[in-house]
Design a protein around this ligand. Sequence first.
Ligand SMILES: Nc1ncnc2c1ncn2[C@@H]1O[C@H](COP(=O)(O)OP(=O)(O)OP(=O)(O)O)[C@@H](O)[C@H]1O
Ligand SMILES: [Mg+2]
Length: 366
Amino acid sequence: MGLHSGRVAGEYVHMNGIGIQMAGLSSLFSSDMAIDLGTANTLVYVKGKGVILNEPSVVAYHVKDGVKKVLAVGEDAKLMLGRTPGSIEAIRPMRDGVIADFDSAEEMIKNFIRKVHRRTTFSKPKIIVCVPHGATPVEKRAIRQSVMSAGARRAGLVAEPIAAAIGAGMPITDPTGNMVVDIGGGTTEVAVLSLGDIVYARSVRVGGDRMDDAIINYLRRQQNLLVGETTAERIKTTIGTARMPDDGRGTSIQIRGRDLLNGVPKETEISQAQVAEALAEPVQQICEAVMTALEATPPDLAADIVDRGVMLTGGGALLGELDLALREQTGLSISVADESLNCVALGTGKALEFEKQLRHVIDYDS
Ligand SMILES: Nc1ncnc2c1ncn2[C@@H]1O[C@H](COP(=O)(O)OP(=O)(O)OP(=O)(O)O)[C@@H](O)[C@H]1O
Ligand SMILES: [Mg+2]
């Protein structure tokens, strides 16, 4: 679309006697965006461009004489987690999918918007953010306010399970039951959708963080070894598995931590079988959430889900053999979405791109 095409309907303004077509210009410079504000990661989708920012949801502050100054946000701040001296504080502003620390959430949103927003833009962007289905009105207002004070012209909210399902390419507007299970850092949301809306949704506070904690606790109990969150997450993402390996052991990796008996650093090995044992409880809780959802779903829709299977999204869906473990325990067929870490951002982005068709999934004013 050229600036001078004049074919697109729009308002004309006169600047120094020159007619400028605003519709053409604003869409050319538009930085309308969709944000997946996650417990672990924040992704920003810019209209017409796709996901252009993906950073950990972490803010680091320098604290001096009681005054806090932002030191780093995102990737740089995550590197500081668990390694901060007394003068530096690294905070994760989101817990359980909602804002836990209002000030740092706002700092983070502002920082990320500044990173992707084109300075040349005339107007403030419209921003759509996804929120957990179970977010309270107060939590929703907090997110909306953060986005507005970070410079949005208008703030819309999309329910996370709907965004996840759209992003995973599920036919959510069909009159059939579709089950999506989004396993994030803080929560697992299980939802059944039909005709573009949520029939059933429940969120359990089990996700990647809980898996990391389970690994930390296991090593403390079984090996008297203290490891940090970063090490636990690395163990999970490299050899983590939801099922006992067939040979009873699987592969192993070297890890380092502190020996709790004598307080000195110690290096040891951890095997996949041990990780499977450590993760048994959170995996079981995810299975139970799926079964509970199926039981609460009206019979015809439940039958659709038995036919069509269940779609997993979110970073937790990448846990080794989680799909197999879920299939064994629930009897349902399970798929992991392509780009599972990006599904929610892609789905929210799609709602923004196809706002006319998907208007009903965006909430502008609650
Ligand atoms: N290969 C992997 N195996 C297991 N877990 C993984 C893997 N890759 C990423 N994760 C985990 O996925 C989680 C992050 O997922 P995601 O980005 O979907 O969460 P989020 O959207 O930030 O959280 P929430 O939706 O709960 O707010 C982290 O806990 C991370 O450790
Ligand atoms: Mg998420």
